[in-house]
Design a protein around this ligand. Structure first.
Ligand code: SF4
Length: 389
């Protein structure tokens, strides 16, 4: 298939790996920011093909995983209300809240619907003027523009029964927070190519300079990732720390001006808590006051929310790159994609899910192997019924 097979060519991959091997002289720790990159790395065993000096640390770039528990619980409370149609991408349905998930709410009679686009939720609002239609708007800079467009259209079309529960997050402040952490081991970043295709690269040079880290904009196919690693290692070996675009077929320095204009119209930058990490200043978006009428957080008073994270779940450490998923005691035993304790095990971009689907290291009764295809299909099915990232 064009644009897939040609970026998975084994001979070209071997050439890039040989180049990395010839360049590296000492240990380096690189973080791939995006969960989509993590899945590609684990699925294609890229981390196992690299020279042992190059370590890949999995970053927090999974929008489902970092959505705060308080927001999940708020979504559950709104979805359970009579008269509400709650619309969400499929991979949010199994994300555990404090005591249930959206599947459970649906099982208990809530009208929870999986949609493939926020425009589907707009259509449902148009067709059901006597119902309150709420869309769960989460994700990084990639999903924010269509969500902004949906709110913009709702106001333009006078759909007063449409609102959005917003929990959007931004990548550059997260990189800043990771670098400021006293436990940080990251020496170079593979930046998320799809985020940069929207936002461009203007925010990165100051970050690279302040923290003296190379930041290489990287795509998602195996050759994209290997090229990103090759360029990052080359910079590190030379003592450089610049921003480099290794994904020029999708990313321009200015990003997508039309999408950015829509974001600026509908959202405003806000402080956001990240699940497992904590509050990161200016790391998110909320609806601007102009669109307050469509803000589900203001429309639905769900009272005080008391959250409770499962004690056994160490997804916060996983999201900060301090722990590999298989090092969590619950991995693959009490925590599986069917019985997830944390969002990182259920999201289609979660690191724990990637290790479970493609490499069940250390799980009793399993060896180092990929899942059987049938089992993998079964586990992936609910996630692929509409995705956030
Ligand atoms: S394996 Fe499960 S319990 Fe452990 S960190 Fe991942 S999601 Fe949490």
């Amino acid at each position: 298939m064009k644009y897939l097979e040609e970026f998975r060519n084994p001979e070209l991959a071997a050439g890039l790996i040989a180049d990395i091997r010839a360049t590296v002289t000492r240990p380096w720790a690189l973080m791939e920011v995006c969960g989509g990159q993590t899945h590609s790395i684990i699925r294609h065993a890229i981390d196992q093909l690299l020279p042992e000096e190059v370590e890949l640390i999995h970053g927090p770039g999974c929008p489902v995983c970092v959505t705060p528990l308080e927001t999940i619980d708020r979504a559950l409370a709104i979805a359970a209300r009579p008269g509400v149609v709650f619309c969400s991408f499929g991979d949010m349905l199994r994300v555990p809240g404090t005591d249930r998930d959206l599947f459970r709410v649906r099982g208990e009679g809530g009208d929870v619907r999986v949609v493939y686009s926020p425009l589907d939720a707009l259509r449902i609002a148009r067709e059901n003027p006597d119902r309150e239609v709420v869309f769960f708007g989460i994700g990084f800079e990639t999903t924010a523009p269509p969500n902004a467009m949906a709110v913009h259209l709702a106001r333009k079309q006078g759909l007063r029964n449409f609102s959005m529960l917003v929990s959007h997050v931004r990548v550059p402040p997260a990189i800043e927070a990771i670098m400021d952490s006293p436990d940080c081991r990251v020496q170079g970043f593979l930046a998320a190519g799809h985020v940069c295709s929207v936002m461009g690269t203007a925010e990165y040079p100051a970050l690279a300079e302040r923290h003296r880290v190379p930041i290489v904009v990287t795509g998602f196919e195996p050759l994209d990732i290997l090229e990103g690693i090759r360029r990052t290692v080359r910079q590190l070996e030379r003592g450089e720390h610049t921003v480099d675009n290794a994904y020029p077929r999708a990313v321009r320095p200015e990003g997508n001006p039309a999408a950015r204009a829509m974001l600026e119209d509908v959202f405003e930058v806000a402080d956001r808590p990240w699940r497992g990490i904590g509050m990161i200043p200016r790391s998110g978006w909320r609806l601007s006051p102009r669109y307050r009428d469509h803000d589900a957080e203001h429309r639905f008073d769900v009272g005080g929310i008391t959250t409770r994270e499962p004690a056994a779940c160490r997804s916060g450490e996983v999201l900060q790159g301090l722990l590999k998923p298989h090092q969590c005691e619950a991995f693959g035993t009490v925590c599986t994609p069917r019985t997830p304790l944390g969002a990182t095990m259920v999201s289609s971009e979660g690191a724990c899910a990637a290790y479970y689907l493609y490499r069940r290291l250390g799980v009793p009764g399993t060896s180092v192997r990929a899942q059987e295809p049938q089992e993998r299909r079964e586990l992936q099915a609910p996630q692929e019924a509409g995705r956030v990232g």
